[in-house]
Design a protein around this ligand. Structure first.
Ligand SMILES: [Ca+2]
Length: 132
């Protein structure tokens, strides 16, 4: 896993924030895409392979003054990748691990987490990495 400081990761995300297609997303491999609302709706945040974002409050949410802290409600995780969400800043508190390593006949299909249950609107930091 590459180590990327939150500042660097947040800068990359901010630069790519307006992107809506895979082709224009984060530099390098896309690890995951997270969404404001369930079923991949609302604002989208693209997360590159190796990103470690220690404080989602520093990641701007759309064009507003708000942040991505306590916003994430659904996620798509790329093949071979794992997205770990943390309840608090600096990778603390409860976690949920969202992986995409299952055959498409099993749930979640292709790493598509349409809802996050008890982790809805709870993440304050995250780590995403993919198998080499
Ligand atoms: Ca939300």
């Amino acid at each position: 896993m590459k180590t990327v400081s939150w500042m660097f990761a947040a800068t990359l995300i901010a630069l790519n924030f307006a992107a809506v297609s895979f082709a224009q997303t984060a530099p390098g491999k896309t690890c995951a895409m997270v969404y404001q609302s369930e079923n991949f709706s609302g604002q989208q945040l693209v997360i590159g392979d190796g990103y470690q974002i220690a404080n989602l409050q520093r990641v701007p949410f759309g064009g507003y003054s708000d942040s991505w802290q306590n916003r994430i409600s659904s996620a798509y995780v790329a093949q071979g990748c794992t997205l770990i969400l943390f309840q608090y800043f600096n990778f603390e508190g409860q976690t949920v691990s969202l992986a995409n390593r299952y055959p498409t006949t099993q749930r979640p299909v292709g790493g598509q987490y349409t809802a996050l249950g008890g982790f809805d609107n709870l993440a304050s930091s995250l780590i995403c990495s993919c198998a080499q």
